[in-house]
Write a protein that binds this ligand. Structure first.
Ligand code: ATP
Ligand code: MG
Length: 509
C-alpha cells in the first residue's frame, strides 16, 4: 500500500460517517492535495464547539465563512460576530475563477456560487436589526459581574432588583437603574432602610460610577427595549439556515461592552432554548471572530461565567466557535472543551513564537504522516491542520487540509447592497421601531412618587409586602397588557418575576 493510500484509508477509518456531514476540504500529504481524502465534519458533533486559529492573513475568517455557508445549505442557522466587517459578503454569490475551479476539483466538490440568507444586526449604530436587552432581563447576577462589583455592592444590586420586583418598577435601561440608585439614597432612603436595613452610600456611589463607565462605552444603546428574542436567530429561508451577521466593527476599542454583550447573548440562549440532548445536528452555531477581544479584558468572574455557559450550552444544541490568532488567546478551561480544531499557519519570527508553536503542536493528536510543528509553519494560505470529533466523539486523524473556497463573495458588500438588505428585512421592522422609552421612565418616576406618598401616609412600620397591594399589582399587569407598546414591558416584568432575585442562570444550575 502506498503512503497516499494509507493516508486515505486512515482518514476514512477515523472519520466514520453514518449521518450527515459537511465537507471542509481535502487532505494534503507531502505538499500534494490528495483527491479522495475529503475532510468531513459530522453535523452531530458540531455542538461540541471549536477553534479556528492562525497568524494574520492565513485564512481564518474564510474558513469561518465556509463553515457557516455549508451549515446554511444544510438548513442550520448561525450567528457571526463580525468584528472586522468582512463577513457581509455571505449575502452575495462569489465569483468563479480558474484558481477556485481547480481548488474545488481536487477537493471533489462543485463550485456553485450563490448568495445565502443573511440578516445584518448591530448593538450600536450600524445598519441592521438592533439587538437590545433590558436591565431586568440581565438580572442582578450578570449586572454585578459586568460592573465588577464586590460583595457589598452586589448586595445593593440584589436589593434594587428585589425592591423593583416587589414594587413592579420595570428596569429597562441604565437610566432606570441610575434613577433607582438615586431614589434609594434620597427620597426612598427611609422606606428602604425599614425594609432592608442601612444601605451604604459609598457602595451606591461606586455602582453609579461604574454604570457611567459602562455608558461611556456606548452601553446605553444596548440596554433597553425592544429586547431581542433569541429564537429569531433560529430561522430558515427556503430551507437554508439564516446567517445572522452581527456587525461589531465599532466595538474593537470597547471591550467591556463586547464581553457584556457576549455574556448576555450566551446566557439568554442558554435560558431560552430547550434541552435537546444528543441530536443529529445542532440547532444553532455561533462564531466569534477576533475572539481574544472577549477574553483579554474580562474579569475572572466574567470568564468563569462564560466558561460555565459555554460548557452547558452544548446540551441546548448550540455550538460555539472561537476564531483567533493563537490558541492561547482562549482560556484553558474553554480550550479543553473544543471538539473541532482548525489550525492555520503560525509564523516563527522570534524565540517566543517558536515556543508557542511547539506548545500548539503538543495540543494536536500525533500523526504518522506529519511532523506537526513543521507543518504548522509551512502551511499556505487557506490551508489548515484539522481534527474534528467523529460521530462516536473520538478525535479524527490530524489532517493538513486544503480548505474549500467560499461560494459566497469573499469581499464585503457595497453600501447600497447593505441598505437594500436592511430595507428588505422583516426583523428590522420588528425591532427597530422606537419604543417610547420615556414612558417607561415616567412610569418609574410616577410609581416612585406614589410609593413615597404611601410611605409618608403610613404611621406604622409597614409589613414587607402588604396584602392590599396585590390588587393594585394585578391591575397594573392588566393595564400593561393593553397595547403592544407596553406588552414588551409586561414581558420584562414577567421575566423578572420568573428569574427571581438571583438571576435565573445561577438558579437553573
Ligand atoms: N479557503 C480559501 N479559499 C480561497 N481563498 C482563501 C481561502 N482562505 C483564505 N483565502 C485568501 O486569503 C485571504 C486572507 O484570508 P482571511 O481574511 O480569512 O485571513 P484571516 O486569517 O482571517 O486574517 P486576519 O487575521 O487578518 O483577520 C483571503 O482574502 C483570500 O484571498
Ligand atoms: Mg480574519
Amino acid at each position: 500500500m502506498s503512503n497516499t493510500e494509507k493516508f486515505i484509508s486512515t482518514l476514512a477509518d477515523g472519520q466514520v460517517y453514518k449521518k450527515d456531514f459537511i465537507i471542509l476540504g481535502t487532505g494534503i500529504l507531502d505538499g500534494e492535495s490528495i483527491n479522495g481524502a475529503q475532510i468531513k465534519i459530522p453535523l452531530k458533533t458540531l455542538n461540541r464547539h471549536g477553534l479556528i486559529a492562525g497568524a494574520t492573513g492565513t485564512g481564518k475568517t474564510k474558513t469561518l465563512q465556509v463553515i457557516a455557508e455549508q451549515l446554511s445549505l444544510k438548513g442550520i442557522p448561525s450567528v457571526l460576530m463580525d468584528l472586522k466587517g468582512d463577513l457581509s459578503g455571505l449575502a452575495k454569490p462569489g465569483t468563479a475563477n480558474d484558481f477556485i475551479k481547480k481548488r474545488s476539483e481536487v477537493i471533489g466538490v462543485d463550485y456553485d456560487p450563490m448568495g445565502l440568507p443573511v440578516e445584518l444586526m448591530s448593538i450600536s449604530n450600524e445598519k441592521g436589526v438592533k439587538l437590545k436587552a433590558t436591565v431586568s432581563e440581565f438580572g442582578p447576577v450578570l449586572i454585578s459581574q459586568i460592573l465588577e462589583l464586590n460583595d457589598t455592592q452586589r448586595g445593593v444590586i440584589s436589593l434594587i432588583f428585589r425592591y423593583c420586583d416587589v414594587n413592579h418598577l420595570p428596569l429597562l435601561d441604565l437610566k432606570d437603574m441610575k434613577r433607582v440608585l438615586q431614589f434609594i439614597t434620597n427620597e426612598g432612603k427611609e422606606a428602604i432602610q425599614k425594609e432592608f436595613g442601612q444601605v451604604s452610600s459609598a457602595s451606591v456611589n461606586t455602582i453609579m460610577r461604574k454604570i457611567i463607565e459602562l455608558e461611556q462605552q456606548g452601553a446605553e444603546e444596548f440596554f433597553g427595549e425592544r429586547s431581542f428574542d433569541v429564537e429569531d436567530f433560529v430561522r430558515t429561508e427556503n430551507g437554508k439556515g439564516v446567517i445572522s451577521v452581527i456587525r461589531l466593527t465599532d466595538i474593537q476599542n470597547r471591550p467591556k461592552l463586547f464581553s457584556t454583550f457576549m455574556l448576555s447573548l450566551l446566557s439568554e440562549i442558554y435560558e431560552t432554548f430547550p434541552e435537546q440532548g444528543d441530536a443529529d445536528q445542532p440547532k444553532l452555531c455561533l462564531f466569534i471572530d477576533e475572539a481574544h477581544l472577549v477574553f483579554s479584558n474580562a474579569s475572572n468572574d466574567l470568564l468563569e461565567k462564560i466558561e460555565a455557559i459555554v460548557k452547558l450550552i452544548r446540551s441546548k444544541g448550540v455550538g460555539v466557535y472561537f476564531c483567533t490568532q493563537t490558541p492561547t488567546d482562549v482560556p484553558e478551561n474553554i480550550l479543553g472543551q473544543l471538539g473541532l480544531k482548525v489550525q492555520h499557519a503560525l509564523r516563527a519570527f522570534t524565540a517566543k513564537d517558536r515556543k508557542a508553536i511547539s506548545k500548539t503542536a503538543e495540543n494536536y493528536p500525533d500523526s504518522p504522516f506529519y511532523k506537526t510543528s513543521e507543518v504548522l509553519t509551512a502551511m499556505g494560505i487557506g490551508e489548515a491542520l484539522v481534527t474534528a470529533l467523529n460521530e462516536k466523539g473520538i478525535p479524527t486523524p490530524l489532517a493538513h487540509t486544503l480548505v474549500r473556497a467560499p461560494i459566497t463573495r469573499m469581499d464585503i458588500l457595497e453600501n447600497s447592497e447593505i441598505l437594500d438588505l436592511v430595507s428588505n428585512s422583516k426583523l428590522v421592522n420588528k425591532y427597530n421601531q422606537d419604543i417610547d422609552r420615556e414612558s417607561a421612565f415616567e412610569m418609574l418616576e410616577k410609581k416612585m412618587i406614589q410609593v413615597e406618598e404611601e410611605q409618608q401616609k403610613a404611621t406604622l412600620p409597614k409589613p414587607s409586602l402588604p396584602r392590599s397591594k396585590a390588587k393594585e399589582e394585578e391591575s397594573l399587569i392588566e393595564e400593561l397588557s393593553k397595547n403592544t407598546m407596553v406588552r414588551q414591558l409586561g414581558r420584562t416584568i414577567f421575566r423578572e418575576l420568573t428569574r427571581g432575585i438571583l438571576g435565573s442562570f445561577s438558579r437553573k444550575r
